[in-house]
Design a protein around this ligand. Structure first.
Ligand code: PLP
Length: 385
């Protein structure tokens, strides 16, 4: 039983598998040939961009940049935007794909970093602390995780982004755990930059990612790589227009073929329907685990606010060992440890006890599997506590 959808979704829709295979059986590189294969690749790319623009609320398909993953999208903004001495506000909920580039920038560009905390009961970022940090002095950027990949709690990003906008602070949203199976649109979130992977809630292939720019925000960011774009080839300087400014070299076309199919699938299902389905299953899991004595839940005990994740600790049992038993004795695949988000665990006091066990449902998880997982955890608790 696969309950590790927060790491990467599994299984994937059949149309995604067929699209990747279909691409590998065809030929042609977009913008790199004067034949039908190259044209088909260019059409696929623009179709994928159009679908993503419609799904994510971009003002046009050109504002959608295709990357190798959410980590790359976040790095493009952090390393391309921040200059020597800039101040950034991020949070304890952030993933290492935000925290590590920022640590690098603290060392190399003297970037100043302030971190917002969160409430352990509601899982929500501390709004009052954000207000204090915003009024304490100028900041260049606020980084917000749309949903924690440890607690699953979806944040009130629109409210927090509006607070930042009132101070002229740019907003980067990490939608790694929400995009696809939770409504996630640039304008509603109030984001200037929206970073996401193709392989989680979108159900596309690993190695695909997306970065959406608010109109004009691209001008603030220097590219990290330069090279052939298949356009303006007479120029020795890299084009400044989107999407080429941040896309060069041949793209991951098999992955993008799968991503295009995944986006069409999500648009057909609608993120609203996928969200309702996800919430129904994660609420069921949460309710089942809540009823077990001897278990500490890290996911807030509030229905309807988790993006499919339910995390817990069994006091006295190392979480990595618990995950091993869940797989070996009950056939449940999940993820235990720090989930690349060490500050969440430091704040919750779980960093020195093997982190937490994270169960994450996905589009194809059934309610029967959820119930089976609850029974497995109940048996685990009664055996070890
Ligand atoms: C909150 C969060 N941000 C960023 C990432 C990085 O995504 P990717 O591995 O697609 O680069 C993840 C991956 O788990 C995540 O959970």
């Amino acid at each position: 039983m696969y309950l590790d959808n927060a790491a990467t979704s599994f299984p994937r829709p059949e149309c995604v598998i067929r699209a990747v295979e279909g691409w590998l059986r065809s030929g042609g590189a977009a913008g790199r040939g004067n034949h039908a294969g190259a044209e088909a690749a260019a059409a696929l790319l623009s179709g994928c961009r159009e679908g993503l623009a419609a799904l994510l609320g971009a003002s046009s398909p050109q504002q959608v940049v295709l990357t190798g993953g959410c980590t790359e999208s976040l790095n493009i903004v952090l390393l391309g935007l921040l200059r020597r001495g800039d101040r950034v506000i991020a949070s304890q909920l952030d993933h290492n794909s935000v925290l590590r580039p920022l640590a690098h920038l603290q060392r190399t560009r003297d970037v100043q970093l302030d971190l917002i905390g969160f409430d352990a009961v509601t899982g929500l970022l501390d709004e009052a602390q954000l207000q204090r940090l915003l009024s304490a002095g100028p900041a260049r950027l606020l980084v917000l995780t749309h949903a924690s990949n440890v607690t699953g709690r979806v944040q009130q990003v629109g409210r927090l982004a509006a607070m930042a906008a009132a101070y002229g602070v740019l907003v980067l949203v990490d939608a790694a755990q929400t995009a696809g199976h939770w409504p996630c649109r640039l304008t509603e979130l109030g984001a200037d930059f929206l970073a996401l992977p193709g392989h989680k809630g979108l159900c596309g292939p690993l190695g695909t990612g997306v970065l959406v720019f608010r109109d004009g925000a691209e001008a603030l960011v220097e590219p990290l790589k330069f090279g052939g774009t298949g356009t303006d080839s007479e120029l020795l300087v890299h084009p400044d227009s989107l999407p080429e400014k941040f896309e060069c070299g041949n793209l991951n076309m098999p992955g993008i073929a799968g991503l295009a199919a995944a986006v069409s699938w999500v648009l057909e299902q609608t993120p609203q329907r996928l969200q309702a389905d996800l919430v129904r299953k994660s609420d069921r899991l949460l309710a089942g685990l809540q009823s077990l004595a001897g278990l500490r839940l890290l996911t807030p005990a509030i229905p309807g606010v988790s993006c499919g994740i339910v995390s817990f600790v069994i006091p006295g049992l190392d979480s990595r060992e618990a995950a091993m038993v869940l797989e070996q004795s009950f056939g449940i695949q999940c993820r235990a440890g720090l989930h690349c988000a060490p500050l969440v665990h430091a704040a919750l006091g779980t960093e020195l006890t093997g982190g937490a066990v994270r169960l994450s449902v996905g589009e194809f998880t059934t309610e029967a599997e959820v119930d089976q997982a609850v029974r497995a955890v109940r048996d685990l608790v009664s055996e070890f506590v």
